[in-house]
Ligand binder design. Structure first.
Ligand code: MTE
Ligand code: LUZ
Ligand code: MOS
Length: 761
């Protein structure tokens, strides 16, 4: 069978040989022009004028576009219309695009765009650069959100123990290897074809159409693959698609806009950094009685996806734990920085990490192993202990069994003792250990987005072409969807091919996001394949002289008993009988409901679970640290392709660990310039940061929900496994202090922060 087996990524050979075509590898049409963006030199202020003459006289410059040249709506924001494509009057962050240079070469376009500082006349206002400053001033991109259950204030008062704290975690750059890019090609009768590296072709189509004042049917978006998206191309590929489209239409020539890495950092947003203020009431066993928390997100200058990101953060503060009384307050702070957006986990990591840090503090105060306190607070399969603060019942709870399995396989308790012995005899080097669990809700937390379409063609030679609304960003979606179709038609993988995502094939698609790509598109493609199979069955039954119920599709053969017919022969016969050999398919996730105002309902079709154990070593003289070992156990349901899923788990864990350790964003406190805008200063994990002992397993339990082949979504949840690394670092720092000490360790826990935390012990 095609499903449930390790299969290489459909483009693996092309990836490693360099033959895989990304947008910038497409052959350029003759007459192609290149665009570059002129960026705001200030973080906040008024735009007074642009010296267009200066820019137009530069070598190679064909045109200069400003906000005034946008024929339709000057907006590329996904939800609220508060994101100008090019700044009109207000300058909202340093790096905001103000004009576009269109020139004969990319190099000349960039040279002219680099004159922005001379060409832009503006009046500076003081910028607000931190979320806490914005929060103090009541400056938000959307109104505050509240989610509560019970009476947290009264339960806090009544609790035998109380802790109050503040904590913060930084943002994170997606650092997709392929930067943002769009290539727009004018077509006949005022229409455009745009190749764009995007997770959301349909939204790019919509936003380009609005910017041009056109109907959507005049804009075709195509994306064969991305060199990574990680959420950064869910909404924020739009600005580049719009600029390329406007320029291409205006000049009647193909226009390509490809950012270099520094501009990508300066223009686009990333994971929201969060500040937290919390209070927890608990008993002497570490059982949580009440929690109240303020989550303050740095949203940047516009709303972008901040509302659903904050909603997901609030719906993940519980993580694995039953919180009897809880009050959460989410504040989306408006600052003069890039507009923050989706990043793997979409606010979930920021919500769940807070409770993990809090529980760690509780355990240290009570001098208990943090793992014990975590297990005591797990959701349990009994009424009164199994509903989330947003009202969804935690069904199919795998937390207890999965954690027990990992405790055993990682040898947690013995290693805890070994580490204590090591630390007692090692004055300068200290080890730390932590186990953290994950429960992650699967579905878009906006109900209507949970739908997908597919189109399957069977050609008369028996070969199959699959198209669906999802996009391939390296995660292996096309491979999984091809497996599903091959399984349905009993074919070999070699007979099935996936083609580029195209708005002319599937309309009104959702972003490939929220980890739902294979859940949604897999079901839609299965639906399409089943429709074709239904039409083939009577043809096959007649040819084989049996009843339809006896016809079986397997290994490229159609059979009933001893009689066999190849898929190719069947299809050729069916064609002659004028049977439709292609079909559309559709899927909408059943049973979801969500009240956006009250933040109550069933936003998730199911939960994915996981747990990680990390062991670290710190040098107490320098704060330098490294991971020694990581054991991951992750619930991908009954995996469609275990090899791909293991890859997702490994990658997500390392990406999560990078967020919490080395990846630090620094804005200049006066000018608001992002200082860390290249790999020289912004440190993502490298091969050297992989734990030398790295053990990754899938927790093989079929999904209890009716998902595609009982698999579970795997794209985002394992990012939260990276929490274990931060908590292990905190454990190592605490080992330097007296029993019961609870050092404050903000994230990212860079060597400097570890050293700072050590100085408090
Ligand atoms: N894996 C790779 N290689 N590249 C990516 O850009 N994005 C992640 C995850 N895994 C990403 C990735 C994010 S943010 C999401 S939401 C999912 O993949 C999206 O794909 P899926 O829904 O098909 O899992
Ligand atoms: N909700 C969600 C969303 O849970 N994940 C997403 O990626 C998303 N994107 C847009 C709107 N809601
Ligand atoms: Mo992923 S953050 O939902 O693109």
């Amino acid at each position: 069978s095609a499903v449930g087996k390790n299969r290489t990524h459909e483009s693996a050979a092309l990836h490693v040989s360099g033959e895989a075509r990304y947008c910038d590898d497409l052959p350029e049409l003759q007459g192609t022009l290149h665009a570059a963006l002129g960026l705001s030199p200030i973080a906040h202020g008024h735009l007074l004028s642009i010296d267009l003459e200066l820019l137009r006289r530069q070598p190679g410059v064909v045109a200069v576009l400003t906000a005034a040249d946008i024929p339709g709506e000057n907006n590329c924001g996904p939800l609220l219309h508060d994101d100008p494509i090019l700044a009109a009057e207000k300058l909202s962050y340093l790096g905001q695009p103000v004009f576009a240079i269109i020139a004969s070469s990319r190099e000349l376009a960039r040279r002219a765009a680099a004159l922005a500082r001379q060409a832009i006349r503006c009046e500076a206002l003081p910028p607000v650069l931190t979320a806490l400053e914005a929060h103090a001033a009541g400056q938000y991109v959307i109104p505050p959100m509240h989610l509560s259950r019970g009476d947290a204030a009264a339960a806090l008062q009544a609790a035998p123990h109380r802790l109050i704290g503040e904590w913060r975690v930084g943002g994170q750059e997606q650092f997709y290897l392929e930067g943002q890019i769009s290539y727009a090609l004018p077509q006949e009768q005022d229409s455009l074809l745009i190749h764009c590296s995007t997770q959301h072709p349909s939204e790019m189509q919509q936003l380009v159409a609005h910017a041009l004042g056109w109907q959507a049917h005049a804009v075709q978006l195509q994306c064969r693959r991305m060199g990574g998206g990680f959420g950064g191309k869910e909404s924020q590929s739009a600005l580049f698609a719009c600029v390329a489209a406007i320029a291409a239409h205006r000049l009647g020539r193909p226009v390509k806009l490809r950012l270099d890495r520094d501009d990508d950092f300066l223009i686009t947003g990333r994971r929201h950094g969060f500040d937290y203020r919390w209070q927890l009431g608990f008993d002497g066993q570490g059982q949580i009685l009440a929690a109240e928390v303020e989550l303050i997100a740095n949203c940047g200058h516009s709303a972008d996806l901040s509302a659903p990101v904050m909603a997901r953060a609030l719906c993940h503060f519980d993580n694995a734990y039953w919180l009897p009384h809880v009050a959460m307050h989410g504040f989306c702070a408006r600052t003069n920085t890039q507009s923050n957006t989706a990043f793997r986990g979409f606010g979930g990591p920021q919500g769940a990490l807070a409770i993990e840090m809090i529980l760690d503090s509780v355990a240290r105060r009570l001098q208990l192993d943090p793992l014990l306190v975590r297990q005591r607070n797990f959701y349990r399969d009994e009424a009164g202990h199994n509903t989330t603060p947003y009202g969804q019942t935690v069904e199919d709870n795998q937390l207890h069994a999965l954690t027990e399995q990992l405790i055993a396989s990682s040898d947690y308790h013995a290693r805890r003792a070994e580490i204590a012995a090591f630390n007692a005899s090692s004055p300068l080097l200290k080890k730390g250990l932590a186990l953290t669990p994950v429960k992650f809700g699967i579905s878009f937390n906006v109900v209507h987005l949970n739908q997908a379409g597919a189109l399957v063609h069977v050609y008369t030679d028996g070969s199959v072409l699959v198209n669906h609304g999802g996009t391939e960003m390296g995660q292996g979606l096309n491979t999984k969807v091809a497996q599903v179709v091959a399984q349905e038609l009993g074919l070999d993988m070699a007979q099935v091919r996936c083609s580029a995502t195209d708005t002319q094939k599937i309309a009104n698609t959702s972003a490939t996001a929220a980890s739902t790509g294979s859940d949604l598109n897999g079901k839609a493609a299965q639906d399409a394949a089943r429709r074709i199979k239904q039409r083939l069955l009577p043809v096959a039954a007649k040819l084989l002289g049996c009843s339809e119920a006896d016809v079986c599709f397997a290994q490229g053969q159609i059979g009933a008993g001893e009689r066999r017919l190849s898929f190719r022969e069947l299809v050729a016969q069916a064609y002659l009988q004028r049977v439709q050999l292609w079909s559309e398919g559709f899927y909408a996730t059943p049973g979801l409901c969500w009240d956006r105002e009250k933040l109550q309902g069933k936003p998730f079709y199911y939960f994915a679970y996981g747990a990680a154990v990390a062991e670290v070593l710190i040098d107490t003289l320098t704060g330098e640290n490294r991971m020694l070992r990581a054991d991951l156990l992750h619930d991908a349901g009954q995996s469609i392709n275990p090899a791909l899923d293991i890859g997702q788990v490994e990658g997500a864990f390392v990406q999560g660990a990078g967020w919490l350790t080395t990846e630090e964003l620094v804005w200049h406190p006066d000018s608001g310039l992002l200082r860390t805008h290249a790999p020289s200063t912004y440190k993502i994990p490298t091969a050297n940061d992989m734990p030398p002992d790295f053990r990754v397993s899938l927790y093989a339990q079929p999904n209890a929900a009716d998902s595609i082949h009982c698999s579970k979504a795997v794209g985002e949840p394992p990012l939260l496994l990276g929490f274990a690394v931060l908590l292990a670092l905190k454990d190592a720092v605490a080992a330097c202090g007296p029993a019961g000490c609870d050092p404050l360790l903000h994230a990212p826990a860079t060597a400097e922060r570890v050293l700072q935390a050590l100085s408090q012990t």
